[in-house]
Ligand binder design. Structure first.
Ligand code: AMP
Ligand code: GLY
Length: 428
């Protein structure tokens, strides 16, 4: 089949590479893609923006596309799936109504309350005085979230009441996140260890992917400002078989049934950000209507099943009943190489060297890169994700750092401790 991937980041490079490896796939097009996708066998970039729905459906018709896979949340929240449906074209990803589970945190909270899905206690506010009363009453630590999309940055985990009040004031005034922050969700702080849990859903069934864990803070030791993700690994040791079974029974299955009961059956990737309490109880931190970035890079590096067939069956009525995915038993770990200064102010246009230093059991995924006069240059905050595979997380980590050490540009910056939680974990 011929597949179109929508998006241009590291996750989309991993999706395009994985789809191109599938035996069922003859050609992959990426709109707009990046220099990494352009360099893959069977993959062609097409210069159409992910927000240009009419341009994308035209492209799908002209190129005889059998399946479109959408990477990022913004087109999904804006209704790309509905547009493709109206044109009679197969598009893998949730509808606009369903993608509100990511697009509005207050909507997701109401959904979870209605369907008994465990999450932190919370209230929604548009008025500062009401929010202040609630925050003073609950005390710190407490978490303040912009209701709408904020590229993973609209969350403040406040250690002090004053910090929570400042964050709330900035969001409600529209200063911090524009319209996305005019409504805030204030929720209890959850203690525990985070995990990313991704499934592929056909509206009735959920097939889980291998577990993963990402590092959102910029600096070593999980310190510093929050980012879109500085690295990730799979599997996540915190997701034991018992925890996995609880996540499926207490979160994923109620979500699948609840979405169908609410008239918005969920087809697409579901990425649940979870907090696993010390006793193994999972709670939802957030729902995302897409694959994680950078989780996709290590997780898909381990996938052996045909991703294109899975995505097609999820949307064409065949369904995913009884599907079990096959995995490389090894671990995978990805390090995000960033432009120094990310997530705040950083330069673009620095020449990248070392991309051709191939090393077995490693793979470089592009995110914020472009082709300049002197070759590949930096063009974003998160520039590359270097994945290593190994018999365990420690071996995967060594491999990934070995490959990363051969890549250079003027202001490269990356964490030196991706995976430390898995490596310092007490045995179960
Ligand atoms: P989110 O964008 O909702 O995933 O939040 C970003 C990050 O903030 C999460 O990955 C957590 O590290 C942290 N976070 C969000 N909500 C909570 C919570 N209720 N308790 C503790 N940490 C949280
Ligand atoms: N890795 C975090 C995200 O994709 O939202």
């Amino acid at each position: 089949m011929r597949v179109l991937v929508v998006g241009s980041g590291g996750r989309e490079h991993a999706l395009a590479w994985t789809l191109a490896r599938a035996t069922s796939v003859e050609a992959v097009f990426v709109a707009p893609g990046n220099p990494g996708t352009a360099s893959e066998d069977k993959v062609t970039n097409v210069d159409v923006d992910g927000g240009d729905f009419a341009g994308l459906t035209d492209l799908a018709r002209k190129r005889g596309i059998d399946l479109t896979v959408v990477g990022p949340e913004v087109p999904l929240v804006d209704g790309i799936r509905d547009h493709f449906d109206a044109c009679g074209l197969n598009c893998f990803g949730p509808s606009k109504a369903t993608a509100r589970l990511e697009g509005s945190k207050s909507f997701a909270k109401r959904f979870m309350a209605r369907h008994g899905i465990p999450t932190a206690a919370s209230e929604v506010f548009t008025d500062f005085a009401d929010a202040e009363r609630y925050i003073r009453d609950r005390g710190a630590p407490i978490v303040v979230k912009a209701d709408g999309l904020a590229a993973g940055k609209g969350v403040v985990v406040a250690r002090e009441v004053d910090e929570a009040l400042d964050a709330t004031r900035g969001m409600l005034a529209g200063d911090s996140f524009g319209a996305a922050g005019r409504r805030v969700v204030v929720e209890d702080f959850l203690a525990g260890e985070e995990a990313s849990f991704t499934c592929i859903l056909d509206g009735e069934n959920a097939v889980p992917f291998a577990s993963s864990q990402d590092h959102k803070p910029r600096d070593d030791g999980d310190m510093g400002p929050n980012t879109g993700g500085m690295g990730a690994y799979s599997p996540a040791p915190v997701v034991t078989q018992a925890v996995h079974d609880r996540i499926m029974a207490e979160i994923v299955e109620p979500l699948v049934r609840g979405a169908a009961a609410d008239g918005m059956p969920y087809q697409g990737f579901l990425y649940a950000g979870l907090m696993i309490a010390p006793d193994g109880a999972p709670k939802v931190v957030e729902f995302n209507c897409r694959f994680g970035d950078p989780e996709a890079q290590p997780v898909l590096s381990r996938l052996r099943s045909d991703l294109a067939m899975l995505c097609l069956r999820a949307v064409n009525g065949e369904g995913l009943d009884d599907v079990v995915l096959e995995w490389d038993p090894r671990s995978a770990l990805g390090i995000v190489l960033t432009a120094g200064g990310y997530p705040l102010v950083y330069d673009k246009g620095d020449v990248i060297t070392g991309l051709d230093n191939d090393l077995p059991d490693s793979k470089v995924f592009h995110a914020g890169t472009a082709i300049g006069e002197a070759g590949v240059v930096t063009a974003g905050g998160r520039v590359l994700c270097v994945v290593g595979l190994g018999d365990d997380i420690a071996a995967a980590q060594r491999r990934a750092y070995q490959r990363a050490a051969s890549i250079h540009w003027r202001a490269i910056a990356y964490r030196r401790d991706i995976g430390f939680r898995a490596l310092t974990r007490a045995p179960d």
